[in-house]
Design a binder for this molecule. Structure first.
Ligand code: T5A
Length: 207
């Protein structure tokens, strides 16, 4: 069995990740590729429970170390029970956020040590890395405005603008560090243009 490909979607709040997941899934299916769509934090029963703990805006303040460890605890469950088995069975896995989000939010947003995140990445993931990451990028105000229209803010969305500026910079740094894996998609353009750019950047995997 040929192992499937692992594609992740990344970007700040409201840039359009969830909107484009279904489009990418259909695009892959048109190429007769079996695809599993999932998300982080989450993707298994237990990881979804951890997601609720992480996003709950009304709970006690979360220590940043606890936040980081909960992200990787959820990820460990997700890899073991969903991502690895799906890839091994030849499915492609399309995931709404993965470890680049940890570098962006916990590394950039919370200023946590990058070496700690790297250590946890290696510990939890072994050699697993995405084959392709589509980074949707837009000015923070545009994403927040879109997210605001969608309803009440979760614990992350309630952060200040400066937090999201650091998140965006950290994502762009990931792009600089991994240009072969991460592809930039300008998200502040009409959806049809965003989707055209997505198709262009997926060509390399579909050859
Ligand atoms: N997190 C996650 C960490 O801190 N560390 C980690 O390691 C991980 C994995 C998860 C939170 O957890 C944090 C980051 C997050 O804060 P989430 O639900 O995955 O939360 O992420 P959100 O960014 O909150 O998801 P959103 O649903 O807000 O953003 P999306 O999915 O990027 O945006 P989407 O698709 O819902 O679109 C928002 C609105 O914009 C419109 C859509 O129709 C929708 O109404 N839209 C457009 N409008 C005009 N033009 C376009 N091109 C548009 N594209 C979308």
């Amino acid at each position: 069995m040929i192992r499937g490909k692992f594609i992740t979607l990344e970007g700040g709040e409201g840039v359009g990740k969830t909107t484009n997941l279904e489009f990418i899934k259909e695009h892959l299916q048109q190429h007769h590729i079996p695809v599993v769509v999932t998300r982080e934090p989450g993707g298994t029963l237990l990881a979804e429970k951890i997601r609720r703990l992480l996003l709950d805006a009304d709970s006690e303040p979360l220590a940043e170390q606890a936040e980081l460890l909960l992200m990787f605890a959820a990820r460990a469950q997700h890899i073991k029970h969903v991502i690895d088995p799906a890839l091994a069975q030849g499915n492609w896995v399309l995931c709404d956020r993965f470890t680049d989000a940890t570098y962006a939010y916990q590394g950039g947003g919370r200023n946590m040590k990058i070496s700690t995140i790297e250590w946890l990445e290696n510990f939890v993931q072994g050699s697993l890395r995405p084959d392709l990451t589509l980074l949707l990028d837009a000015p923070v105000e545009i994403g927040m405005e879109r997210a605001r229209k969608r309803g009440a803010f979760d614990r992350f969305e309630a952060e200040k603008q400066s937090f999201f500026e650091r998140v965006r910079r950290a994502y762009l740094l990931q792009l600089e560090l991994h240009p072969e894996r991460i592809k930039l998609i300008k998200a502040n353009q009409p959806l049809c243009d965003v989707q055209r750019a997505i198709v262009d950047n997926m060509r390399v995997l579909l050859r």
